[in-house]
Design a protein around this ligand. Sequence first.
Ligand SMILES: Cc1cc2nc3c(=O)[nH]c(=O)nc-3n(C[C@H](O)[C@H](O)[C@H](O)COP(=O)(O)OP(=O)(O)OC[C@H]3O[C@@H](n4cnc5c(N)ncnc54)[C@H](O)[C@@H]3O)c2cc1C
Length: 611
Amino acid sequence: MVLGYFEEEKVYDFIVVGGSYNAIPSGKAYAEKHTGGTAGNCVAGRLAENPNLSILVVEAGTDNPLKEEKISTPALAFQLVESEYDWQYPITFWDRGGEKRHEAKNTRGKVLGGSSCLNYYTWLRGSRPTYDEWVKYGGNEWSWDKCFPYFQKPGTMHDKNQILDHDPAHVAADGPLTINPAVPIPLAEKLQEAWKSQGHRLNDDIYNGTVDGLAHVCHTIDSGHRVPSTVFLDGHKNITVKPRTMVHRLLFSGETCVGVQTHATNKKQSYYARHEVIVCGGVFESPKLLMLSGIGPSGADSMTDLTAISSGIGHSINSPHVGQNIQDHPVAPHAFKLKDGHSLDEVLRPGVKNLEAKAEYKVAKKGPLASSLLEMSGFARVDDKFKKCKEWREEEEQRGHDPLGPQGQPHFEFDFLPCFASPFFPHVPEPIEGSYMTIVVSLLRPLSRGWLTLRSADALDFPMINMNYLDHPLDAVALREGVRFVDEIVLRGDGLKDIITGEYPEGHVRESDEGMAEWLKGRVTSGYHPCGSCRMGSTIDEGVVNGRLQVHGVRNLRVIDASVFPIIPDARIQNPVYMVAEKGADMIKADHPALYQQKESLVERVKGLVV
Ligand SMILES: Cc1cc2nc3c(=O)[nH]c(=O)nc-3n(C[C@H](O)[C@H](O)[C@H](O)COP(=O)(O)OP(=O)(O)OC[C@H]3O[C@@H](n4cnc5c(N)ncnc54)[C@H](O)[C@@H]3O)c2cc1C
C-alpha cells in the first residue's frame, strides 16, 4: 500500500487501540515502572519484539497509575470503584416485562493498563470442554489443547513457599507477568474444614482443564505489588504511547483500515498504520468503536450508515453481531457476621490495626495490605439440587443435556472474602464495625445474553448497555440453588458454623423459592467479567471476527480483547484475556512472515533436519 500522501511521522507499522505505557525513567521504583492495559499491552509488547518496527499505542486513560497507591497496593483495590480510574459505565441490569432494574455503574479500568490495574488479581482459566466449544466459532486453533500453551505463555509462576501441591508450570511458564499463590489470610483453614466436612474435596490443581473443589488461587501480585500488563512493554523502545488520547474513529481507504482518528485535549489527530490496526478497547469500547466507524448492525434505527461516511468506509458494513452476545457471570453476593477477630475488616477500616498494617506494608511490602483479600475459591457442580428443580429438568429434556454445564463444567465459582466486599454490594451501606465474610456465588455458564448499542454518534458518549441478567428463567433458579449449596457449607460445616453470628444486612430468605427469587432480584450484580460483544464466528452472519481475530467485511483490522470470546470461560477471565492476546499476537506475526522471521521456527526446522 502507498502511504506517500500521509505525513511520515504519523505513520507506524501497527497501531494498538487501548493499551498503554509510559516512558520509564531508569532507576525508578517498581511502583512507578509498571503500568499498562490488559490485552493491548500484551499484543503491543509482542509485536515490538522486532525492534525495526514501530508500534503506536493509543490509550484513553491517564498515565502513571501505579503512582496511585490504591492501584499498586493489593488490598486497596476495592477503593478504585467509581474513582477517577474507573470508566463507570452506566448499565441497565434488565429492562423487560415492564420491569427495569437500575442503571448501576460497571467498573472498567480507564488508566494506563485498563482493567488489569483495577481487577482483583485472581489467575484462573476455566475448563477444557468450554474451549473445545470455542472451536465451533473460531476453528480448531481455539481448542483447549491449542490454547493451553498460551494460557501459560504470559506469566511465570513462583511458589517460593510451596503452597501449591501441583506442578507450578501448569499455572504459567516463563512470560513477563509474575504469578504467585495467594498469601495466607484469615478463614482459609476454617473454610477448608467446613468444605471437607460437607463431603467436598480440596484441590489446588485447577489449571489443567478440570476445575473442581476448593482451591488456593494464584494471582498477579509480586512482592506486595499489583502486576499489570505493562511488563510486556519493558525494554521496547520502538513503542510510542499516546496516553489520555481517545480513538474516535477508525479510518478506511475503501474497505482497508488504514489508521485511527483521535482526540486529545480538544485536538484532532490522525495516525496511520502500514500493516494493521488492532482494537483492544475492551468489551464495551471495542464494539462501540466499530459501530462509530461504520461496522455494525444496520437497520432503521442504526447509526452505522452515518458513521460509515465519516470514517471514510463509504458504505456501512452490516455486521449484525457487533455489540450482541454480551455475557457476564451474574453473581449473588451475601455477607455473614463473624465473631470478632476472624476477618480483615478491622485492618481495612481506619484505626490502630489499620495503622499497624500500613506501617508493615510500607517497610516490608508484607502483611494484610499486600494480599488480594482472596485466598480460596471453590468450584462445584450441584447436580443433585438441579435435578429437583422443574425448570432445570424441562430445559435438560429439551436440550438433551445439562443446560448449565453440558460437559461436566463446574456450575459455580464461590469466592470467600474475609471482609465486607463493598464492590459487590452497590446498595448496601458498608458496616462501620464488626467482622464479616463475603461469599460471592458466580453462575459460570449463564444462559442469558445482553447487548449494547450506540447512544449517539459522539465517541465521548457511553454506549447503551443492557446486560439483561436473569433473562433466561433458569439463571435465577440456578443462582438460588448455588446460594443454598454454599450456605449449607457455611452454616453447617465444621469450623465455620461456630464463628457465624448473623447476616448483614438481615433478611436473607432461604427456605421459600419465591422469597429467594425476590431477594435475588435485588441482590444480583456483575461478576466484573463481561465479554463476547465482538464474538468470533466463521462468517459475518455468525460473528464479528474470524478465528484469526480479523474483523469480517474489512481488511487490516483485528479485535483482540475480552469482546471476542464466543462463550464465557467457566472461571474468572483475566488469564483467558491474556491467552487471546498472546495467540492474537502470534497470528499477526504469522500473517506477516516478512516482518517476523520466527527464530523458534528456524530452530525447530534445524532440529527436524537433525532428527
Ligand atoms: C473490578 C474488576 C475486578 C476484576 N477481577 C478479576 C479477577 O480477580 N480475576 C480475573 O481473572 N479477572 C478479573 N476481572 C476481569 C479482567 O480484569 C478483565 O476482563 C480484563 O482485564 C479485560 O481486559 P481487556 O483487554 O478486554 O480490556 P481492558 O483491560 O479494560 O482494556 C481496555 C483499554 O482500552 C482503553 N480504551 C477503550 N476505548 C478506547 C478508545 N476509544 N481509545 C483509546 N483507548 C481506549 C481503556 O481505557 C482500557 O485501558 C476484573 C475486572 C474488574 C473491572
